[in-house]
Design a protein around this ligand. Structure first.
Ligand SMILES: NC(=O)c1ccc[n+]([C@@H]2O[C@H](COP(=O)([O-])OP(=O)(O)OC[C@H]3O[C@@H](n4cnc5c(N)ncnc54)[C@H](O)[C@@H]3O)[C@@H](O)[C@H]2O)c1
Length: 297
């Protein structure tokens, strides 16, 4: 495997492109938005500079990594030479189904089509392609260059051969792959999202403020980051989309998204990427905003 196509250049796509390029793969990064592609290249450059400062890479690795990434706005051009495609577009079922149908026509029969989806059924995505056995979930964690886990999700039709290939590939990226089956939220988000949703309910019901909730979980449970700050980093729109998948998939009221989360996403407060969520973000800085006002106090 040499040529990797990454679709979507947002929070996850730029990290996936960075990681593959740094490990010697040629990366085609595809997005419908030129602005998103430019921002992604800038983010990758900034992150490489941070690695350089820390001494974990040298100037040559930085230059080579950037040289291995080419950007495209045309899906066919970006995917035609791929040995592996990793889709990291917006967490929306219709967008993903359309993309995989197109990819199935653009790519050869032996190309593995992976999705970085946090929650959407791999089995359903595979069903719109010509070779469902070649479709798999490759769920990286945020920030991709730093986080060790890759949750490898086997759809109903995913073959053993494809699963082994993706597990081995993850190891060449210096990641720890874990194989799981395809049910709503897989493992990571089935456990994480109800906790984040409960933290938002705790704020919504006025039990405690943003910093108090995060401090309890950081100091009391030894979590490196509180659940509200983590939600800001993941993206509140992404959290909402995942909770809806869990709610629809299991039909259980316990996954119903908190109305405060719905309001914040509707108002455009999607977390770090929009500059505000439970906290307000300015480059290199973090200050608390009056998030309690959304709780209807
Ligand atoms: N944010 C996280 O922490 C996180 C963690 C793990 C997995 N994921 C998953 O990764 C995927 C991407 O999430 P994100 O947080 O990077 O989203 P994001 O909103 O930051 O970026 C999504 C990008 O996809 C692009 N896009 C939309 N439709 C497209 C199309 N048809 N073709 C090409 N590009 C298209 C958008 O322009 C945008 O740049 C989602 O499936 C999400 O569930 C997210």
């Amino acid at each position: 495997m040499k040529n990797i196509t990454v679709i979507g250049s947002g929070t996850m796509g730029n990290g996936i492109a960075h990681t593959f390029a740094q490990h010697g793969f040629e990366v085609s990064l595809v997005d419908i938005s030129t602005e998103a592609l430019n921002k992604a290249v800038q983010t990758i450059t900034n992150n490489l500079d941070r690695q350089l400062k820390k001494g974990t890479i040298d100037e040559q690795i930085k230059t080579e990594t950037l040289d291995r990434i080419t950007t495209f706005t045309d899906l066919a051009q970006g995917a035609v030479n791929a040995d592996l495609v990793i889709e990291a577009a917006t967490e929306n079922r219709d967008i993903k189904l359309k993309l995989f149908k197109q990819l199935s026509d653009i790519c050869g029969d032996d190309v593995i089509l992976a999705s970085n989806t946090s929650s959407i059924s791999i089995t359903q995505i595979a069903a719109v392609t010509k070779n469902p056995g070649n479709v798999i979930g490759m769920h990286f964690m945020n920030p991709v260059p730093v986080m060790k886990l890759v949750e490898v999700i086997r759809g109903y039709a995913t073959t053993d051969e494809v699963t082994v290939t993706i597990m081995e590939l993850s190891k060449t990226l210096e990641k720890e792959p874990v194989e799981v089956n395809d049910y709503p939220g897989f493992v990571a988000n089935r456990i994480l999202m109800p906790m984040i949703n409960e933290a938002i309910y705790t704020l919504y019901e006025g039990v405690a403020g943003v910093e108090e909730i995060d401090t309890v979980m950081k100091l009391g449970m030894a979590h490196p980051m509180g659940p509200l700050q983590l939600a800001d980093f993941i993206g509140l729109d992404v959290c909402l989309a995942i909770l809806k998948v869990l709610y629809d998939g299991f039909g259980n009221q316990k996954y119903a998204p908190c109305p405060l989360l719905v309001n914040m996403v509707t108002a455009g407060h999607t977390g770090v990427k929009s500059g505000s969520g439970f906290y307000k973000y300015t480059p290199g800085n973090k200050e608390l905003i009056v998030a309690d006002k959304f709780a209807g106090k």
